[in-house]
Design a protein around this ligand. Structure first.
Ligand SMILES: [Zn+2]
Length: 172
């Protein structure tokens, strides 16, 4: 176990780079990334909803929601990860970006912003180009139920959101 974490730390530097995306800047794989591999850890100051609004008055994806009134004010490189409705990565443990499939060197890395959103506030237009594109990105609760189930099963929904679904599932 100790050796593995050392390897992960050493590999961290070369895993991604910031490059030009059709969405401005984006995060790209520097080398092939295996399914299940952690790509980066999102970091930044913890802020509340009122501060998050000031950072992104119209949703720009910078603050990452981790609780009902808690956000990580993302710093680079995490803030450059763009949204896709058909993502190749997802967030586990609220802050770990993990590959949901094999990602080839040079591919842009995305997660689905709806897996982190539950605030009845931000809405984002999407032109990700996926055949599954939802066009308007909103809170997790608005996702089609099969998409919700997929993300919950993959364990890539923020804990404060996922727990709402576990409770309803076990209470009935
Ligand atoms: Zn889309």
């Amino acid at each position: 176990m100790i050796e593995l974490s050392k390897v992960v730390r050493l590999a961290k530097k070369e895993k991604f780079y910031i490059g030009k995306s059709k969405f401005g800047q984006g995060l790209f794989a520097r080398r092939n990334i295996a399914l299940g591999e952690t790509i980066l850890k999102f970091t930044g100051d913890i802020i509340d909803f009122d501060k998050a609004i000031l950072k992104a008055p119209r949703y720009e994806g910078d603050p990452l929601q981790i609780g009902k009134n808690l956000y990580v004010n993302l710093e680079p490189p995490g803030r450059f990860v763009n949204h896709s409705c058909d993502p190749n990565a997802g967030i586990k443990n609220d802050v770990d970006l993990v590959a949901l499939r094999h990602i080839r060197a040079g591919e842009e890395i995305y997660f689905d912003y709806s897996t982190t959103m539950d605030e009845d506030y931000w809405v984002m237009q999407c032109g990700c180009g996926s055949v599954h594109c939802r066009r308007v990105i909103k809170d997790f609760k608005h996702l089609p139920s099969h998409v919700k189930r997929k993300y919950l099963e993959l364990n890539v929904v923020q804990n404060f959101i996922a727990i709402q679904y576990e409770t309803t599932a076990t209470a009935k």
